[in-house]
Design a protein around this ligand. Structure first.
Ligand code: UDP
Length: 140
C-alpha cells in the first residue's frame, strides 16, 4: 500500500470543544503521522477559496461563515492509504449517519458543524495541502 498525505482540518466547533488532542489521538493510534500543523483563524476569502468547489451549493455561505467563526487546526497527515483511512476515521458528513466510534459520531453536532474536514481524493489532497502549507513547512 502506498504512503500518502492528506489534509485534515479540525473545524471551529471541535476546537471550541477542546478536543484537538482527542482527535489527534485517533490519527496517531491509527497509523497516521502529523507531519505539519498550524492553528489559524481563516479569513472569509481564504475559506471561500478553500471551498470553491461548493460555490454553487445552497449551503456555501453558511459553510464559509461557520469555518471563520473561530480558529481551526489544520494538519497534514501521512501514512499508508492516508486519504481513505482518514475519511474512514472521520465518518459520514452527517454525524447522525456516521458509524459509532468515528470522529464525527463522537464529536460532531450536525451536518454543518461536523468537527472535521478531510481530503476526498489523493488529487484533492495535493491541492488542499498546497493551499495551506509550503513544502518547506512539511516534515520529511
Ligand atoms: N455541508 C453542509 N450541508 C450539507 C452538506 C455539506 O453544511 O448539506 C458542509 C459540511 O460541513 C461538509 C462540507 O459542507 O463537511 C463539505 O461537504 P462534503 O459533501 O464535501 O462533505 P465532507 O467531504 O466534508 O464529508
Amino acid at each position: 500500500m502506498a504512503i500518502e498525505r492528506t489534509l485534515s482540518i479540525i473545524k471551529p466547533d471541535a476546537v471550541a470543544k477542546n478536543v484537538i488532542g482527542k482527535i489527534y489521538d485517533r490519527f496517531e493510534s491509527n497509523g497516521l503521522k502529523i507531519v505539519a500543523a498550524q492553528m489559524k483563524q481563516l479569513s472569509r476569502a481564504e475559506a471561500e477559496g478553500f471551498y470553491a468547489v461548493h460555490k454553487e451549493r445552497p449551503f456555501f455561505n453558511d459553510l464559509v461563515s461557520f469555518m471563520i467563526s473561530g480558529p481551526v487546526m489544520i494538519q497534514v497527515l501521512e501514512g499508508e492509504n492516508a486519504v481513505l483511512k482518514h475519511r474512514d476515521l472521520m465518518g459520514a458528513t452527517d454525524p447522525k449517519k456516521a458509524e459509532p466510534g468515528t470522529i464525527r459520531a463522537d464529536f460532531a453536532e450536525s451536518i454543518d458543524a461536523n468537527a472535521v474536514h478531510g481530503s476526498d481524493s489523493l488529487e484533492n489532497a495535493a491541492i488542499e495541502i498546497a493551499y495551506f502549507f509550503a513544502a518547506s513547512q512539511i516534515a520529511r
